[in-house]
Design a protein around this ligand. Structure first.
Ligand code: FES
Length: 292
């Protein structure tokens, strides 16, 4: 299986279709503020994994009813058909959130995601055909189609897991950099050297950190976060400051994600995770930072 997945990740012939699907995703579900929302910007991580729970749960429940000895009673048939229809309707939000995620993937990830999409479309086709078969009274065929759909959805879920856990799709690269910050408080710089309204970059242990100073209700406020972009580890220290709705933010130089400087919140994707913040304190005129 590992060899197959490695071949899939390197399958250049898929790029034409995978890139066309990305363009379609960018033009629809991955577009603008709605696209950012569907991707999970503002929620702290992608929405798709949570949204798929409903259809998968409904389809699995259908399979349980279809496998039980009393499956041919009218009540069981009606319950199975209802669950099947509800799960298939629930595939719509799963599809649009998945498309919004797809627009943010790297080329290698898109190849795997394309097969993930194909498996899930196959599953949807089987479930839709199953609904039709059951409505026509052919419950035997309806059950067979549902089991086939569940198999295809299982293959799609396996590839989704590979995308998330082996290919880092949608995970926070900022959180992954945090363990490299040594425990305890670390001196950063003299407070007077950190000018208000500008971004300063430092290194703590092996981790780059950006520091920002502003004023909150008349008092100095310091914020510091890991300077590896949550999207794909872009060097935020090389980013530039932008204004979003009157808030000072930092834009990643790689793909343009925007993070609020005061609390690291992701304001614009493709990153959906917020930047990992460090604690700050002032001791003897020095700014110090520590892990949360
Ligand atoms: S690495 Fe992609 S937006 Fe920062």
């Amino acid at each position: 299986m590992a060899t197959l997945l490695a071949r899939l990740e390197a399958a250049h012939p898929l790029d034409r279709i995978a890139d066309a699907l990305r363009r379609a995703a960018l033009a629809t579900a991955g577009r603008g503020r709605l696209g950012a929302l569907l991707h999970g910007v503002g929620f702290g991580h992608p929405l798709h994994p949570a949204v798929v729970q409903f259809p998968v749960g409904a389809w699995m429940s259908t399979a349980v009813l279809d496998a039980l000895p009393g499956r041919d009673t009218p009540g069981s048939r009606r319950a199975a058909a209802t669950l099947l229809a509800a799960g298939t309707a629930g595939a719509l939000p799963a599809t649009v959130t998945g498309l919004a995620d797809y627009a943010t993937l790297s080329r290698q990830q898109r190849r795997v995601a394309l097969v993930h999409v194909a498996a899930n479309l196959t599953a949807l086709g089987c479930f839709a055909a199953s609904i039709v078969a059951r409505a026509r009274g052919d419950h035997r065929r309806g059950r067979a189609l549902s089991f086939a759909g569940l198999g295809a959805a299982g293959a799609g879920a396996y590839l989704g897991g590979h995308l998330a856990y082996a290919q880092d799709a949608g995970v926070s690269h900022a959180a992954a950099a945090l363990p490299l910050v040594p425990h305890g408080w670390h001196r950063i710089d003299a407070v007077y050297a950190i000018e208000e309204g500008r971004v300063f970059s430092y290194t703590v242990g092996a981790t780059p950190v950006v520091v920002y100073r502003d004023r909150d209700h008349g008092t100095d406020r310091f914020s510091a976060f890991v300077a590896r972009c949550a999207h794909r580890s872009g060097p935020l220290a090389e980013g530039h400051m932008v204004d979003v709705d009157g808030e000072a933010c930092l834009q990643c130089p790689w793909h343009g994600s925007v993070f609020r400087l005061s609390d690291g919140r992701a304001m614009h994707g493709p990153a959906s995770s917020d930047q990992t913040m460090l604690r700050t304190r002032v001791r003897d005129g020095q700014l110090e930072v520590a892990r949360p």
